[in-house]
Design a protein around this ligand. Structure first.
Ligand code: NAD
Length: 301
């Protein structure tokens, strides 16, 4: 059994990015600049955005954090987005989700200029991903693809079962792994909450990607011997072992599943750290040139 070390791979990727930023500095080129809009004071969102800003500093990017009150109207938020769309200093930006209920997330996502949509959530970028055109891949699926690549995991002809069909993880990773490229060429089955007899699918899977958000849901009896298991789930569960009173749990019952796997990602330290590294990678790409002018097949730098 091999543990896929997302912390190590993400550090390596960040190191590569910072070398490139230094080179750009020395050549007098623009330093990549990521902006993040944070609406309200949601604890989880605060943590995620703080980690993104910190990661920018680590690799030498400029970053701008725009904090807006929970009470901001949709119209005011769209105006702020428009400002960033037109600000040549900002290469890419994100609007941290979730948003307050009175604001339409879809409207917000669609108001971001696709060229600056480094989260890869805009319908234009999702469509380009599906068509295998240069685009910004959504950060978490991008991170998963990177991990498979780094560990040289064979994907061609493999049966991959993706569990969860969210727009940010399950659906895009199912598209990416079905594409005619590496990592890809999988036969993909996309399972979700309405799937009947999930185990029937998972026990036949060579690769399982679980993105449901139910701690320890995937048990050893659901896994084929030698399977690759990628655990995307992150759920806070209460714990007496930590000062904070909680710890992070994945979808997979790690202790019993790991011995059956050929490769497995831990939680924490698996997919999580890759998500931020992928966002940085997309921002670097945005600063370098317009992806829409590139001829290369897939942006998977
Ligand atoms: P979501 O919460 O939007 O949706 C969950 C999905 O799981 C749905 O598509 C649903 O159909 C499916 N599902 C629920 N119960 C199921 C069941 N019993 N059987 C089969 N399918 C079932 O999904 P999300 O936003 O992709 O998040 C999923 C998990 O991944 C969460 O724990 C989230 O915190 C985590 N996540 C982690 C990262 C990371 O960087 N590692 C990034 C994004 C999300």
């Amino acid at each position: 059994m091999n543990i896929i070390d997302g912390k190590k791979v993400s550090s390596f990727l960040k190191e590569k990015i910072s070398i490139e930023v230094n080179q750009r500095k020395n050549e007098g080129k623009k330093i990549p600049h990521l902006a993040a809009i944070l609406v309200g004071n949601d604890g989880g969102s605060e943590t995620y955005v703080a980690a993104k800003v910190k990661a920018c500093a680590e690799v030498g990017f400029d970053s701008t954090l725009i904090r807006l009150p929970e009470s901001i109207s949709e119209k005011e938020l769209l105006l702020k987005i428009n400002e960033l769309n037109n600000n040549a200093e900002i290469d890419g930006f994100i609007v941290q989700l979730p948003l307050p209920k009175h604001i339409s997330e879809q409207k917000v996502i669609e108001s971001i200029l696709p060229e600056k949509d480094v989260d890869g959530f805009h319908p234009t970028n999702v469509g380009r991903m599906a068509l295998n055109l240069p685009t910004y891949l959504p950060a978490t699926p991008f991170g998963i693809v990177k991990l498979l690549e780094e560990y040289k995991i064979e994907t061609s002809g493999k049966h991959c079962v993706v569990i969860g069909r969210s727009h940010i993880v399950g659906s895009p990773i199912s598209i990416l792994l079905a594409r005619a490229s590496y990592p890809g060429n999988c036969t993909v089955t996309l399972c979700h909450s309405k799937t009947k007899d999930l185990k029937e699918f998972t026990t036949k899977a060579d690769i399982i990607i679980s993105a449901i958000g139910k701690p320890h849901f995937i048990t050893a009896d659901m896994i084929k011997q030698g399977a690759v298991v990628i655990d995307v789930g992150i759920t806070r569960v209460s714990s007496t072992e930590t000062k904070s009173g909680f710890k992070l749990a994945g979808d997979v019952k790690y202790d019993e599943v790991a011995p059956k796997c050929s490769f497995i990602t831990p939680v924490p330290g698996g997919v999580g750290p890759m998500t931020i590294a992928s966002l940085l990678q997309n921002t670097l790409l945005a600063a370098k040139e317009s992806i829409y002018k590139k001829n290369s097949k897939v942006i998977c730098a």
